[in-house]
Write a protein that binds this ligand. Structure first.
Ligand SMILES: [Zn+2]
Ligand SMILES: [Zn+2]
Length: 345
């Protein structure tokens, strides 16, 4: 089978490897669709502190059951599945407190290898974070379960209600998923500050109220517009870029008493600075949200499976895996949002 391997930052190889055999409790998935992700781009450019290279590349995917290991009774051969590529151990300190995202096992046992024709799903992920894909949901949209789970978990960490005023900084896939999710939760006053026409158009399609192209709008202009629409600065600010300058800037956008969610991971070792008054005297709450818990995955699955969250605008185009050089250059260009990767074509 074909498997795209990230050999070192900036270098991938399409390798021929044997189709894996399932061990007890495992499933071999025939991948029908995969998606590119901001984490892929960061890892391709500079590696990743939690991933060891070389490694099979890609972690957002869905497919059909190719082979079943001993003891897997909940799925059938040929059945369409969707999943999150991690799951916690279930019994450590964090797992006992419903904080499976902080369980060390979660990232150590993450599945890599979505840009391949087949992949092995380990036992704990089969048992915890794997679901039957409903027929009304495309394989491409089903592959959004992983990033949606991150965003659902992030939203669970914030306090908001339908009258909250929310600023999302960054119109990449994560920022756009926040737009869709918060709309679904009844929040209508959502502003997006981002770049690139295609992404800002998607923000509008997904229901953002105010959209600002940061390359063409000054801070003063954005602030004036926010005051005109909301009579206040945002009460919730969500940082979705992973740029240290934006981490610093995010604080300055929040209204006194507001919350700032830092969501975009920066390069390893990055620090950021801010004047202490900007946090203390303005009574801000700063939050980080890492990855997701099984509870967030289950909620994300419900949202996708019920058809109550239409995320098609996030998938800009689809290409066969054999065109991986084009896929990577499109990913690097930032012009597209997510690119669907079809390994079987
Ligand atoms: Zn991802
Ligand atoms: Zn654990």
């Amino acid at each position: 089978m074909d498997q795209l391997v990230l050999v070192e930052p900036g270098r991938v190889e399409l390798r021929q490897v044997p189709i894996p055999e399932p061990g007890p409790g495992e499933v071999i998935l025939r991948i029908e669709a995969a998606l590119t992700c901001g984490t892929d781009l960061k890892t391709y450019r500079r590696g990743h502190p939690k991933f060891k290279l070389p490694m099979p590349f890609g972690h957002e995917f869905s497919g059909t059951v190719w082979a079943l290991g001993e003891g897997v009774n909940q799925f059938k051969l040929g059945e369409p599945l969707m999943l999150a590529p991690t799951a916690p151990c279930g019994h450590c300190y964090y797992c006992q407190r419903q904080l499976g995202n902080l369980c060390a096992y979660t990232m150590e046992t993450m599945i890599h290898g979505g840009y391949a024709q087949y992949v092995r799903l380990p036992r704990h992920i089969v048992a915890t974070n794997t679901f039957i894909k409903p027929s009304g949901l495309s394989f491409l949209e089903a592959a959004l379960l992983e990033p949606l789970s991150c965003v659902v978990y992030g939203a669970q960490q914030m306090e908001f209600n339908p009258s909250s005023k929310v600023l999302i900084i960054g119109a990449g896939p994560i920022g756009l998923l926040y737009v869709a999710l918060l709309r679904r939760y009844g929040v209508s006053q959502i502003a997006v500050l981002g770049r690139r026409e295609r992404r800002l158009e998607a923000a509008a399609q997904l229901g953002a109220e105010l959209i600002f192209d940061e390359s063409q709008t000054s801070r003063d202009e954005v602030e004036r517009e926010l005051y005109r629409a909301w009579q206040t600065l945002p009460q919730v600010v969500i940082e979705c870029t992973g740029l240290p300058s934006v981490w610093e800037e995010a604080l300055t956008w929040a209204a006194p008493g507001g919350q700032v969610m830092f969501f975009g991971g920066c390069a390893s070792g990055t620090t950021f600075n801010f004047p202490w008054e900007s946090v203390l005297e303005r009574n801000l709450t700063l939050k980080g949200a890492f990855h997701f818990t099984p509870q967030a995955v289950a909620q994300s699955y419900e949202l996708l499976a019920s058809g109550r969250l239409s995320l098609a605008p996030l998938i800009s185009t689809t290409l066969p895996l054999s065109q991986y050089p084009t896929i990577l250059s499109l990913l690097e260009s930032g012009e597209y949002i997510k690119i669907g990767v079809l390994p079987q074509n």
